[in-house]
Design a protein around this ligand. Structure first.
Ligand code: MD6
Ligand code: FE
Length: 217
């Protein structure tokens, strides 16, 4: 085999990997749609700009965020929550693009969660050095629905822990086009992203875009 073929960012074949009961890594599942998804992200960001939210403790998050859908995730001095209104514009968040809905539904089904219909898409933008500390996704009204997470652009190392903060975490490299689906008994596992290293990607430059689809309300 010519290993140089796989030296490139996006040339390895699609594959899926079982992470634990309820969690799957679908490698390069978003590759065919990468440009269309990134174009839709640009559209969303024209109406709801990327911003660095404040944590309840008053720290500026290193990751810049925006949202699409009838619900958006918000963090400020009052805490974390979902809200139908973008606090920056005072208007509803941009509608979820049909492409997003269809893609999230298909990825969830591939991982064994049929009938997923998200109402929130949180879009994270990482510049070199940006990170996400270990956390649980628990602001949603019900944990009966999975989360679908799409990684585009610069690679990152995903930390995947257990149900307690102190449980050991494994390190999972996430490359352009990779999708993680997460639900059932894995839904409340702690996870995070290590500081992203600079390694410019042809489509995004020195940035990583992550979309997470959720059923929030
Ligand atoms: C990220 N992702 O990959 C951040 N949450 O940039 C998340 O926080 C996340 O990837 C729940 C399920 C999958 C995820
Ligand atoms: Fe998360």
């Amino acid at each position: 085999m010519n290993l140089e073929l796989f030296d490139d960012f996006d040339s390895a074949p699609a594959a899926s990997e079982f992470l634990c009961e309820g969690a799957m890594l679908l490698q390069r599942f978003a590759l065919q749609e990468d440009k269309a998804i990134l174009a839709a992200v640009d559209q969303v960001a024209q109406h709801a700009a990327f911003r660095h939210m404040e944590t309840p403790g008053g720290l500026r998050m290193s990751v810049a965020m925006t949202c699409a859908g009838s619900q958006g995730w918000v963090s400020d001095r009052r805490g974390y929550r979902y809200d139908g209104i973008d606090p920056l514009s005072g208007r509803p968040w941009p509608k979820m693009p049909d492409l997003f809905l269809e893609f999230a539904r298909r990825a969830a089904a591939e991982a064994g969660f049929a009938g997923f219909h998200p109402d929130a898409c949180l879009i994270n933008r990482y510049e070199p050095g940006a990170k996400l500390s270990l956390h649980q996704d628990k602001d949603e009204a019900s944990f009966d629905h999975p989360i679908v997470s799409v990684s585009l652009g610069m690679p990152a190392v995903f930390l995947f822990g257990g149900l307690k903060r102190t449980d050991p975490a494994v390190r999972i490299p996430l490359m352009h086009g990779d999708v993680v689906v997460w639900g059932g008994p894995a839904r409340l596992r702690y996870h995070g992203v290590l500081p992203v290293k600079e390694r410019a990607h042809p489509l995004t430059g020195a940035c990583r875009i992550n979309l997470t689809f959720r059923k929030a309300a």
